[in-house]
Design a protein around this ligand. Structure first.
Ligand SMILES: O=P(O)(O)OC[C@H]1O[C@H](OP(=O)(O)OP(=O)(O)O)[C@H](O)[C@@H]1O
Ligand SMILES: O=c1cc[nH]c(=O)[nH]1
Ligand SMILES: [Mg+2]
Length: 209
């Protein structure tokens, strides 16, 4: 079974409270999604490997740590995942970016893939899939399956708001994929929206409704 971690740092909780408010503007919503993504990336990257290297400071010769190991690819699930990319890249500037386009049919709640473009060496990279919302889990599961089909092996999923249904579904389908969320909400309503949630993340990010 994969790990499910809620990163409930006070700064994240405070920013998420503003994000959830229906009166928050598109401009603020966009900024906050990126800010929370940056704070979460700090924790999501905690297990990155380090190696010892020797350097000279102005005062002495010493052994220090530097990053080694796998390079990173950030893969947003379009559209809403795009809102988190800059926030993650702020901390991991050398990351490559892949894109997976996915929309959820409003009636059936089934996900449909409409675009995919990944870094060529995706099989060697640690992949951080980003999407603000994990609802039924259908979109995340299909995105992960599309990545695995193309060779990706080291995958993490980072979301802002998760529903218990979505966490369970991804853990069952992908026991190798650790999930990180800023909050675990209560349930899904009959339209597949997370309750209390924050509404339609894509529409709020891009101002389309
Ligand atoms: O867990 P699920 O039940 O699959 O729902 C979650 C998905 O729904 C939203 O995308 P949406 O389909 O609204 O597309 P958008 O990002 O273009 O708005 C959200 O950003 C997730 O990708
Ligand atoms: O609550 C939800 C569920 C799916 N997608 C969203 O954007 N919000
Ligand atoms: Mg949407």
């Amino acid at each position: 079974m994969s790990k499910f971690t809620v990163i409930d740092h006070p700064l994240i909780q405070h920013k998420l409270r503003i994000l959830r408010d229906k009166n928050t503007s598109t401009k603020d919503f966009r900024e906050l999604v990126n800010e929370i993504a940056t704070l979460m990336a700090y924790e999501v990257s905690r297990d990155m490997q380090l190696e010892d290297v020797e350097i000279d400071t102005p005062v002495a010769h010493t052994t220090v740590k530097q990053l080694t190991g796998k390079k990173v690819a950030v893969v947003p699930i379009l559209r809403a995942g795009l809102g988190m990319v800059d926030g993650v890249v702020k901390l991991i500037p050398a990351a490559r970016i892949g894109h997976i386009g996915m929309y959820r049919d409003e009636k059936t709640l089934e996900p449909h893939e409409y675009f995919i473009k990944l870094p060529e060496d995706i099989e060697k990279r640690e992949v951080i899939v980003v999407d603000p919302m994990l609802a039924t889990g259908g979109s995340a599961k299909d995105a992960i399956a599309a990545l695995k089909k193309r060779g990706a092996r080291y995958i993490k999923l980072m979301v802002l708001v998760a529903a218990p249904e979505g966490v369970k579904a991804v853990q069952a389908a992908d026991p190798d994929v650790d999930i990180f969320a800023a909050a675990l909400d209560d349930h899904l309503n009959d339209k597949g929206y997370i309750v209390p949630g924050l509404g339609d993340a894509g529409d709020r990010l891009f101002g389309t409704k």
